[in-house]
Design a protein around this ligand. Sequence first.
Ligand code: NAP
Length: 260
Amino acid sequence: MKNIAVVTGASSGMGREMAIQIGDRFSGIDQIWVVARRGERLAELVGQTPAKIRIFAEDITAPEGRRAVRDALEAENGGDVSAAGKEKTAVRILVNAAGFGVMGDSMETDEEVQCRMIRLNCEALFAFTRMLLPYMGKNSRIIQFASAAAFAPQPHFAVYAATKAFVLSYSRALGAELRHRGICVTAVCPGPVDTEFFDRAGGIGRIPAYKKLAMADPEKVVRKALADSMAQKEISVYGLPMKAFALLAKIAPHRIFLGI
Ligand SMILES: NC(=O)c1ccc[n+]([C@@H]2O[C@H](COP(=O)([O-])OP(=O)(O)OC[C@H]3O[C@@H](n4cnc5c(N)ncnc54)[C@H](OP(=O)(O)O)[C@@H]3O)[C@@H](O)[C@H]2O)c1
């Protein structure tokens, strides 16, 4: 049996950090399959961790991009996925970190960009998870990158926050569905993290000052996410400010946040 981890969005930020920390910390993981569009950035991971890196330079919003990973798994398992848990190559950790957000009013932001966000953050995350589940057995882990934006609606980041509310809701329900199979699902809900995310989101200059102050280190967010996943936690929230926000969003009416 070969144990692998699959990490989407591994060419930068928290996905990249996930690949490195999984390789460093889990000696039982033989290979890490890393997925993103920029193959040259994925190639930089080779040699950075003790685990072998296998590169999938794919756009996972395209069904054929996702299928490249499934085809590779099928090939390794002789095409037989009927007996989950008995595969020759099993996915022990799946991390869905691929995602992006764009700031701005939804009526003023390009429609196609927002549709692409929904396709990547929601559709691709769901389809990728569903596609790999037949290869996952007892004591496996799924780590889904949601966001603290999932806790309450966010004007000027409306579609992004809505996609992350989807990820949080889906992940919690999926975790309940998979409990009897011994597969644990953790939704990671960080506040602002210092990655390339904000270059794509519209530039660091557009971030409100309170978000800049709360900007977290990706290495620490990922360390906590992995620890929470191992502890079988449903949700991973890094840092006191975001824990306070999560609590507030539970008890305060959401119209308060809409007014801020
Ligand atoms: N940074 C934050 O403040 C923050 C806060 C809360 C939650 N999050 C969430 O955390 C996750 C990781 O974000 P990050 O901060 O690490 O951002 P990042 O550095 O921009 O990384 C995003 C990753 O997604 C990949 N990606 C984008 N489009 C893709 C596509 N069509 N197919 C395959 N891969 C694609 C990118 O790779 P390629 O461009 O090479 O394809 C990149 O590896 C995201 O889901 C994000 O929404 C981020």
